[in-house]
Write a protein that binds this ligand. Structure first.
Ligand SMILES: NC(=O)c1ccc[n+]([C@@H]2O[C@H](COP(=O)([O-])OP(=O)(O)OC[C@H]3O[C@@H](n4cnc5c(N)ncnc54)[C@H](OP(=O)(O)O)[C@@H]3O)[C@@H](O)[C@H]2O)c1
Length: 344
């Protein structure tokens, strides 16, 4: 029996900061699952900064969203009907057809999850892409050693908050930046970072970072680019490593912003700057899942979530990422998650 459902489509490509007018809520009908497919009722979906890049029609590491087509992204849901041998009705899965209330998913693109130990939405945050991004970027690209100083921008966000805590577990001194006093307080008091800076309340970020790093910084985990990257170049020690994860500060720029004015520091200090994309580090998934699950069970990892309700709220939640409306992982709750709430 076909399923009537709703999805969010890209109505037009945004110019600068996206607006609600760039999105369209539409009804659609899904067929029954064909051989090897599952019909999933989505419970939670993720909105992520990288989706802004997919809204542009340009070549990148991932295909652009198409105007008129539904958007995509990480989601967690429950299987309503299955035509796949190894997945059954009632199983919880993660997959990449978010931005819709139901999804017809090739079983090969879905991963069964255990919703008994942690709430299923944790697979969109600490145990999902943000957690793996932090783990891969820090352990493979930044490679700090105990006693070194690690600076993390967007430190209270989904990725940044994981980086801060993994770096602490690795024995590092951690300095983080975030955009409000509440976020800075949480970073210090709950996550135990050694120094946190509210970059919005600072006239001279480079001076604030230099003060926070009296012995210089050895690793910078960059989530924002711009003046914080400039400041990190200035504060870096010789041979520091820069794990370039993202540059949210320029995702809405209408023309490319100027590069760091002090880029020569890379030469004079023999710095290593390396960008990375999490999909290239899927081979770490099993190690990461085991390690992060143990840290969570041992109470060594804290996190926060900002939750909005209903598919119609998803565009606003996405747009809010660019002004720091989220505190921790931004999530959209799509359906009856009452069983999930009991595990929260
Ligand atoms: N390379 C990869 O594979 C990969 C994978 C996932 C994520 N990423 C990147 O990682 C970064 C963080 O992603 P996330 O999912 O964890 O998002 P997030 O940090 O949970 O949310 C974005 C945060 O960025 C901060 N922000 C927004 N505009 C800013 C600006 N102009 N200047 C400084 N800070 C700004 C805001 O926090 P404040 O209130 O603190 O400003 C906001 O809460 C993004 O750059 C994203 O593209 C990369």
């Amino acid at each position: 029996m076909p399923t009537r459902t709703r999805e969010i489509r890209l109505k037009k490509r945004p110019s600068g900061l996206p607006s609600e007018d760039d999105f369209e809520l539409a009804e659609t009908t899904l067929d029954d699952p064909g051989q090897g497919e599952i019909l999933v009722r989505n419970l939670w979906m993720s909105v992520d900064p990288y989706m802004r890049g997919r809204m542009e029609d340009r070549k990148s590491y991932i295909t652009p969203f198409q105007v008129g087509a539904p958007l995509e992204g990480s989601a967690v849901g429950v299987i309503e009907r299955s035509a796949a041998p190894h997945l059954g009705e009632g199983d919880l899965v993660t997959h990449f057809l978010g931005w819709r209330e139901h999804a017809l998913v090739p079983a090969a693109d879905a991963t069964r999850i255990d919703g008994d130990v942690v709430s299923p939405r944790t697979y969109l945050g600490p145990l999902g892409v943000p957690g793996l991004t932090a783990y891969a970027g820090l352990t493979r690209i930044g490679r700090p050693i105990a006693g070194e100083t690690v600076f993390v921008s967007a430190g209270s966000g989904a990725v940044g908050s994981m980086v801060c805590q993994i770096a602490k577990i690795m024995g590092c001194r951690v300095v983080a930046a975030a955009g409000s006093d509440d976020k800075v307080t949480w970073l210090r008091d709950a996550l135990g970072v050694d120094h946190a800076i509210n970059y919005r309340a600072t006239d001279d970020f480079a001076a604030a970072l230099a003060d926070a790093c009296p012995d210089g910084l050895d690793v910078y985990f960059d989530n924002v680019g711009g003046e914080q990257l400039d400041a990190a170049l200035a504060a870096a020690n010789d041979s520091a490593r820069f794990a370039l994860c993202g540059m949210i500060g320029q995702y809405n720029a209408k023309r490319p912003p100027p590069g760091p004015s002090n880029i020569f520091q890379v030469v004079s200090k023999r710095l290593k700057l390396q960008g990375f994309i999490v999909i290239d580090h899927q081979d770490l998934m099993s190690e990461f899942t085991d390690t992060m699950s143990r840290w969570i069970a041992d109470g060594r990892i804290q996190w926060r979530e900002s939750v909005v309700e209903g598919l119609e709220a998803a565009p606003g939640a996405f747009i809010g990422l660019f002004s720091g409306e989220n505190f921790g992982k931004m999530l959209v709750e799509l359906g009856d998650t009452s069983a999930d709430q009991r595990r929260a």
